[in-house]
Design a protein around this ligand. Structure first.
Ligand code: HEC
Ligand code: HEC
Ligand code: HEC
Length: 104
């Protein structure tokens, strides 16, 4: 009786752990002045698209505390999101039709 109660508790904890598991740095919001805020999703990059952590960490990004603010002009020269969002690997940071894919 006690044993199956404990097993039940462990199962509940395991399921809760899986349900709240966050991939990498999770969802990250960049507050932007002059355009809508931007949500970066680890799930959409390292998850469903299987982009390796090392492609971004730590050459392109470190963490929130060490964030280096980048302008769109800099991104268009291949920095930050523009490393990939260049119209070749992913939709371009320079394409007026794509602003709304990142800025909400
Ligand atoms: C496509 C690029 C990209 C990939 C791939 C990626 N990350 Fe990140 N990661 C980011 C960005 C962007 C940030 C925010 C950095 C900033 O604010 O300058 C970040 C931040 C983080 C943070 C810090 C969060 C915080 O609150 O400071 C952790 C931890 C992290 N990532 C882990 C991972 C792990 C683990 C993987 C692989 C499973 C991964 N990341 C893959 C782009 C990426
Ligand atoms: C791939 C995602 C992405 C796309 C596409 C994108 N942006 Fe951004 N943009 C960002 C991120 C992220 C920031 C914040 C950067 C930071 O804080 O380091 C930003 C910052 C900005 C800023 C404030 C900095 C600056 O350069 O003045 C403006 C304005 C802006 N974006 C406008 C635009 C416009 C207009 C477009 C379309 C032509 C666009 N963005 C396309 C991700 C994107
Ligand atoms: C290592 C390469 C890489 C970097 C760096 C990167 N992305 Fe992406 N991103 C991709 C690829 C590949 C796709 C999928 C191809 C496409 O949609 O054109 C994608 C798709 C997206 C999407 C569409 C997600 C969806 O599933 O609807 C958004 C939004 C996005 N990225 C935002 C960002 C922002 C914001 C940054 C910078 C903070 C960033 N990305 C940095 C590679 C990257």
């Amino acid at each position: 009786m006690m044993r199956s109660f404990l097993l039940g508790c462990i199962l509940v904890l395991l399921v809760a752990g899986v349900a709240t598991a966050v991939l990498g740095g999770g969802d990250i919001t960049f507050s932007v002045s002059g355009a809508g805020n931007v949500l970066f999703s680890h799930e959409n990059h390292a998850g469903s698209r299987k982009i390796g952590c090392k492609e971004c960490h730590y050459k392109v990004f470190i963490n929130r505390a060490n964030h280096k603010t980048t302008t769109m002009a800099e991104m268009q020269t291949g920095r930050s999101c523009g490393t990939c969002h260049n119209g070749k690997r992913a939709f371009s940071v320079a394409d007026p039709a794509s602003c709304g894919k990142c800025h909400h």
